[in-house]
Design a protein around this ligand. Structure first.
Ligand SMILES: CC(C)(COP(=O)(O)OP(=O)(O)OC[C@H]1O[C@@H](n2cnc3c(N)ncnc32)[C@H](O)[C@@H]1O)[C@@H](O)C(=O)NCCC(=O)NCCS
Ligand SMILES: Nc1ncnc2c1ncn2[C@@H]1O[C@H](COP(=O)(O)OP(=O)(O)OP(=O)(O)O)[C@@H](O)[C@H]1O
Length: 198
């Protein structure tokens, strides 16, 4: 069974993914793959340097992610240019990882831009982690130390909350405690397990 997991930035996708993995799901994390495909020495990094120049490299030769983030979250055309490099490579790696999953596994694809990229219909079920924008911004500022304007720029680069909710099979509300979140994740996992082996 193939499950898409999405949510806005800092909504709690990674936290939910970790809980699903503990319960037995095979999780494929698009953000992690997006880092892997531009690792030092990769053709992805060479392609990024071709488009954005050597100034997006740090002193160690790796990608200066905060610097590239400041560029692409201020300019939609530049963001699209970066996505055109990263997304095809992420999808190829995700397909390889899915092919290597054990038969019968519940495979969860954690994809921040699942709604934006129109991938919802390709999954058997879509789980959306939902919080209001103010909670997203608060977590980015308070926990990650981002400037409020940078946090809002990231939110603005993503689908609206109602567009994500429109593609959800299951909605997980992550405005309360982690215990409350875990209880909802367990419930969703039980329902996915039932659907995958009725
Ligand atoms: C711009 C980059 C270098 C900034 O790196 P940084 O380490 O600060 O952020 P990280 O990659 O950990 O992403 C954190 C979150 O930002 C949001 N985000 C990332 N890229 C995008 C994007 N293109 N559009 C909207 N939101 C995005 C997502 O919610 C993601 O979960 C990086 O996000 C990137 O390479 N983005 C383009 C690839 C992409 O679209 N990734 C997202 C899913 S594959
Ligand atoms: N219910 C909660 N209560 C308090 N803090 C939470 C809760 N859920 C998640 N967090 C914290 O909020 C931050 C964002 O969560 P997480 O990293 O899981 O989000 P994400 O959606 O994966 O983010 P990104 O889009 O940047 O990849 C983390 O520091 C996490 O520990």
């Amino acid at each position: 069974m193939r499950v898409g997991l999405t949510g806005g930035v800092a909504s709690g996708k990674s936290t939910v993914s970790a809980m699903l993995a503990e319960l037995g799901a095979v999780v494929i994390d698009a953000d992690a793959l997006a880092r892997e495909v531009v690792a030092p020495g990769s053709d992805g990094l060479a392609a990024v340097v071709d488009v954005f120049g050597l100034e997006v490299l740090g002193p160690d030769g790796g990608l200066d992610r905060p610097k590239l983030g400041a560029i692409v979250f201020a300019d939609p055309d530049k963001r699209k240019a970066l996505e055109a490099i990263v997304h095809p490579r992420v999808r190829a790696r995700a397909a390889e990882m899915e092919a290597a999953a054990p038969p019968g596994a519940i495979v969860v694809h954690d994809i921040p831009l699942l709604t934006e990229t129109g991938q919802a219909p390709t999954f058997d079920a879509v789980v959306v982690v939902d919080v209001p924008v103010e909670v997203q911004v608060d977590r980015m500022v308070r926990i990650r130390g981002m400037r409020p304007e940078d946090a809002r720029a990231r939110v603005a680069a993503q689908a609206r909350r109602e567009d994500r909710l429109a593609v959800a099979t299951y909605v997980i509300d992550n405005t309360a405690s982690l215990e409350d979140l875990r209880a909802q994740v367990e419930q969703v996992y039980a329902e996915l397990s039932e659907r995958s082996s009725p």
